[in-house]
Ligand binder design. Structure first.
Ligand SMILES: Nc1ncnc2c1ncn2[C@@H]1O[C@H](COP(=O)(O)OP(=O)(O)O)[C@@H](O)[C@H]1O
Ligand SMILES: [Mg+2]
Length: 270
């Protein structure tokens, strides 16, 4: 575990959406440069918005945010903004808006050429990443011809090839089949070897699987949980947060089962 510098720092961050105060005086630090941070919470709780703040895509109403040592606010210089965009990559929920070329290989090449790789070096890196993400055989396809899972992998491959320090993932596994999900977890484990992955999910089955894999749990650096009690950041014992969440979910499911069983019985007896 590398713990050299503060990768993310929030100080008294406030954000309102419409009339709703989504985040209030939110302060936390993430002192890791590799591994996985999980963002968990029900639909509409603010997970995607928090990730956008963490990745410097949106600004708070007030408070300070520092990402990879760069202070992010309206007065950010062009140079720092470029550095920030270089350090932090994010896969948002609508992946198809983020795929921009009409050839799989070009999708990875484009980013590398943009950040100044010479063409021959860019080719070598693109091949390496497309092979790593099992997409090399599709290199001449139009991304539209790929499955959802393959498109998600392509986007992650194109972004991670540029070697960011932070990679945000907003539920890229949501539309995957069970095998795709297993592959995604494997990918997550590999990716988090040398960068900090911030992963939003609300897939309970996937989290159960995550908890059962020692290799992944070793990479878990923290859990950020959003609930009606606010935002809880647990970096000291993330396993217990995850276990508690899964336990309470189990209880919720059981009580749902109990309710439907009661309804069913009532229907049968009346
Ligand atoms: N651009 C926006 N305009 C209006 N409301 C928004 C916008 N983005 C998010 N919200 C609202 O903010 C809340 C949090 O949204 P979001 O961060 O997408 O939650 P999550 O990812 O946990 O489902 C929701 O109530 C959502 O409706
Ligand atoms: Mg979301």
């Amino acid at each position: 575990m590398i713990q050299v510098s503060i990768t993310i720092k929030f100080s008294n961050v406030n954000l309102k959406i419409g009339k709703h105060q989504l985040f209030e005086n939110l302060s936390f630090q993430i002192p890791f440069s590799d591994g996985i941070i999980l963002i968990l919470g029900p639909n509409g709780s603010g997970k995607s918005t928090l990730l956008k703040l963490i990745c410097g895509i949106i600004l708070p109403d007030s408070g300070d945010i520092e990402i990879t040592g760069i202070k992010v606010d309206e007065s950010i210089t062009e140079e720092n903004l470029r550095l920030l965009r270089r350090n932090v990559k994010v896969v948002l929920q609508e992946i198809d808006n983020q795929l921009i070329t009409s050839r799989v290989l070009d999708e990875v090449l484009l980013g590398l050429l943009n950040i100044g790789y010479p063409r021959d070096e860019a080719m070598v890196v693109a091949e390496q990443f497309l092979k790593r993400f099992k997409l090399w055989e599709f290199k001449d396809y139009d991304p539209n011809e790929l499955s959802y899972g393959q498109r998600a992998r392509l986007l992650i491959s194109a972004l991670s090839a540029m070697r960011p320090k932070v990679l945000g993932l907003d539920e890229p596994e949501a539309n995957l089949d069970p095998i795709g999900r297993l592959e995604f977890l494997k990918l997550l484990s590999e990716l988090s070897d040398d960068l900090l992955v911030i992963w939003i999910t609300h897939e309970i089955t996937l989290l159960n699987l995550f908890l059962s894999q020692d290799k992944l749990m070793e990479k878990l650096r923290g859990v950020i949980q959003i609930s009606d009690r606010g935002v809880q950041v647990n970096l000291s014992d993330p396993r217990s947060s995850l276990e508690e969440l899964l336990r309470s979910n189990l209880r919720a499911n059981r009580s749902l089962e109990a309710i439907s069983e009661k309804l069913l019985r009532k229907r049968l007896t009346t």
